[in-house]
Design a protein. Structure first.
Length: 270
């Protein structure tokens, strides 16, 4: 999403902003507090910090976007294109094009703040952990990082203060690729297991981006152009309960961990 946004909006100037649902901009008490800092501004870059998208504007302000559980960003070449249901915020550009924020469950949000106060506005961003896409480290340093906060591996992978950006699907795929059980403790891994885990984190996320993310049966996730991702076709365990493990042919199991479905192979993952 960040890469597509960067190609489409960087260098464009914001012509107008329409807000149809205040919940989507709930950090602002009035529409104008959100709209006024955006209109007339030029977009200079698009960054990702954990699960947040940060759109940099000329000047000192930034537009921050969090998609939540069902949020989508959709690009329209023209304002004449049909507007999807649940479109809560529309940003129009000069010359041409619209960015539409669509969110049926309204857990996502957009807000404008100054670059130097961003960490104060979003406490999560002030304490983000390692970002595997932007920070390169040795496997030894990675091992020290995860062992610093003793926890079960699945919980550690999804802890944004340890590793930034990993959710339920990719934690399962990472653990399978590393051959490790979800309930192994981070401070009890052998050196070879730490190496496998770090390699699995980096390679799994790179592969997922290559295939443009995972679109599950609910069809909620689409990219900027409304297309589904295809990484779900390459899942080794997630969503494959009862199917054969691609490594040992044992049956993939599903259990509940912290209220979420966790998929794993009880033979391959030790």
């Amino acid at each position: 999403m960040r890469r597509d946004l960067e190609r489409e909006v960087v260098g464009r100037r914001i012509k107008a902003v329409e807000v149809a649902a205040m919940r989507s901009i709930r950090r602002h008490r009035q529409r104008r507090q959100f709209v006024d800092p955006l209109v007339g501004r030029k977009i200079t870059a698009v960054e990702r910090r954990g699960k947040y998208l940060v759109v940099l504007l000329d000047g000192d302000d930034v537009l921050v976007i969090h998609l939540g559980m069902s949020g989508r960003l959709l690009w329209a070449r023209s304002a004449r294109e049909a507007v999807p249901k649940h479109t809560h915020v529309t940003v129009s550009f000069s010359p041409g094009g619209q960015l539409r924020f669509v969110d049926p469950r309204t857990f996502g949000e957009l807000f404008v703040t100054r670059r130097d106060t961003l960490a104060d506005e979003v406490e999560d961003l002030a304490h983000l952990g390692l970002d595997p896409f932007t920070t390169v480290m040795s496997w030894e340093a990675f091992g020290e990082l995860v062992a610093r906060r003793p926890a079960k591996l699945k919980h550690a992978l999804m802890d944004q203060q340890v590793l930034a950006g990993i959710g339920n699907i990719y934690s399962d795929e990472i653990l399978f690729n590393a051959g490790l059980r979800w309930d192994r403790m981070t401070d009890a891994l052998a050196p070879e297991e730490i190496r496998r885990l770090y390699r699995a984190v980096v390679e799994t996320l790179q592969e997922a981006v290559k295939f443009r993310g995972s679109s599950l049966a609910d069809g909620q996730y689409v990219d900027l152009f409304g297309r589904h991702g295809t990484y779900q076709e390459h899942h080794r365990v997630y969503g494959r309960e009862g199917q054969s493990c691609p490594r040992c042919r044992h049956e993939v199991r599903r259990i509940k961990v912290g209220g979420r479905s966790h998929f794993f192979c009880e033979v391959c993952q030790v």
